[in-house]
Design a protein around this ligand. Structure first.
Ligand SMILES: N[C@@H](CC=O)C(=O)O
Length: 305
């Protein structure tokens, strides 16, 4: 596992896979199936793994969190960059930062929340968390009222944050006043598009963000990596045609829940047995699986689009 301090080159080199965590029937971490998933992602040329929302860390107790960290440290290849999430609330962030400060991870992703927050409090909380952790944070921007662009700028200049996962949803990603302001405050080299394939080409090609995060990359890592490299190189026709392959499933993930759909799709695709998802989420119903399977077959090119 790569443990050196975060540099912009690390951020641009690979898609950020945002994997689910495979669980055993008794609700504990399944080490063998997670290792299998990690091998599959790495074999596709993806070397950045972000254990964030899709990992369902929101619903982990601290024992499960420690077990996940042990599994990641034992399973990732030496050159892979693995980033666990913390939060979303201040108390959980601090508890997890205290666990992480004795571990080799170079940063941690802050999970987003809009409950019981104020931008001034979020800034104070992130400063305190980074101090406890002893390293800068990777901040997940998912709503406009979490932090202002100016606050992001101040946190970056002060070394409190080393990267931003930008995931504020828009009807069309081209028109985004918040992102326009953010790139005036923060170097684009430390901002990644954080919402899967749908806005990623606009974010990488037009806003010149450094890269993107994706859940479906866990199924087709080499294809996602090819998409990133095409978008970064300005080959928009190639990037758009690759992205089109992912869109039907991304739309279905939005309809039925991004995290729970990915958790099951990774199993249905034969990547790893992800097992039952932890509450407060719930596994897909048989009817949902029946609806989604043909879309997965299109993604896997078992059937034409
Ligand atoms: N939520 C997106 C990006 C991950 O952070 C996805 O799951 O594809």
């Amino acid at each position: 596992m790569k443990t050196s301090a975060v540099q912009p080159a690390d951020i641009a080199r690979s898609v950020f896979a945002v994997p689910p965590v495979a669980m055993s029937a008794d609700g504990t971490i399944n080490r063998a199936e997670n290792a299998k998933m990690i091998r599959h992602i790495e074999a596709g040329g993806v070397s950045s793994l972000l254990y964030g929302g899709n990992a369902n860390i929101y619903n982990f107790d601290l024992e499960t969190y420690r077990a996940m960290l042990d599994m990641l440290e034992a399973s990732a290849a030496p050159e892979s960059w693995v980033i666990p999430a913390i939060g979303p609330d201040f108390g959980k962030m601090l508890d997890q930062a205290r666990i992480l400060r004795d571990r080799p991870y170079p940063t941690a992703l802050t999970l987003p929340t809009t409950v019981a927050t104020h931008p001034l409090g979020v800034e104070a909380g992130l400063r305190r968390t980074a101090e406890v952790f002893g390293k800068p944070l990777f901040v997940y921007a998912k709503s406009e009222n979490y932090l202002t662009p100016a606050q992001f700028g101040a946190l970056a200049r002060d070394g409190v944050i080393c990267a931003i996962k930008y995931a504020i949803e828009r009807k069309g990603p081209r028109h985004d006043a918040f992102l326009d302001a953010l790139v005036q405050e923060v170097d684009r080299k430390i901002i990644v598009s954080g919402m899967g394939e749908r806005p990623a080409l606009t974010h990488v090609h037009e806003f010149k963000l450094a890269g993107y995060t994706s859940g479906l990359v866990c199924i087709l890592p080499a294809v996602s990596q090819a998409f990133l490299k095409a978008a970064q190189a300005g080959d928009t026709a190639k990037a758009a045609s690759i992205a089109a392959r992912f869109i039907p499933l991304e739309n279905a993930r939005e309809k039925y829940g991004f995290i729970r759909v990915l958790h099951t799709l990774v199993r249905l695709a034969g990547v790893a047995d992800t097992g039952p998802i932890l509450p407060l989420l719930a596994d897909l119903t048989p009817a949902e699986i029946t609806e989604l399977t043909p879309m997965l077959d299109v993604l896997l090119e078992k059937t034409p689009a």
